[in-house]
Design a protein around this ligand. Structure first.
Ligand code: FE2
Length: 188
């Protein structure tokens, strides 16, 4: 783990004008994002392959679209790490050990359960991305903050797409998932 920690903040000599101390901290955040993004991308694929039920085709397609977007973000985040002189940690093993997300549930079958599993993870990922906008902005890196803002806007939209599949049942209390507080908040 110490080896990994060193790698997450490793810097090469570069002519970029952002101070090394700032870049070191930004690279650590970006490598966390890289791990979570690669992890979430494989989870969207897992849903794409294994979803069953009457909505199979549209969900199969939607999940693939989500995975495709995340794949682009993997590349954008990794290349921001290297643009800052950092070392990108992008293998599957690095993603598995550094991701903030829980493993995908392997015992679910139906469309709504896959949608809910992905919605939970998109929400957690979206929070990480939004926090990173402020963190990288505070570290004086408007470009990384802008990259995070771009990702954040799409992730919020995708969370809406996922939530929209569940909201009717949640408002009616049919899923057994929405608390009274959530229902009130939804209906207000
Ligand atoms: Fe496919």
């Amino acid at each position: 783990m110490t080896n990994n920690n060193t790698l997450t903040s490793r810097l090469y000599p570069t002519r970029i004008d952002i101070p090394a101390e700032k870049r070191k901290q930004i690279v650590v955040i970006l490598n966390q994002t890289l791990a979570a993004t690669a992890d979430l991308k494989t989870q969207a694929k897992q849903a794409h392959w294994n979803v069953k039920g009457k909505d199979f085709f549209q969900l199969h397609e939607l999940f693939d679209e989500l995975a495709g977007e995340l794949e682009e973000y993997v590349d954008m985040v990794a290349e921001r790490v290297t643009a800052l002189g950092g070392y990108a940690l992008g293998t599957a093993r690095a993603a598995a050990s550094n991701s903030i997300l829980p493993e995908y549930p392997f015992d679910i079958l139906e469309g709504k359960d896959h949608v809910a599993a992905l919605a939970d993870r998109f929400a957690a990922y979206g929070k990480h991305i939004r926090d990173a906008i402020a963190q990288t902005d505070n570290l004086g890196d408007a470009d990384t903050a802008d990259l995070y803002t771009e990702i954040s806007r799409t992730i919020d939209k995708r969370l809406w797409f996922l939530d929209a599949h569940l909201q009717v049942a949640e408002v009616k209390g049919e899923n057994g998932t929405a608390s009274n507080t959530q229902k009130t908040a939804v209906l207000r």
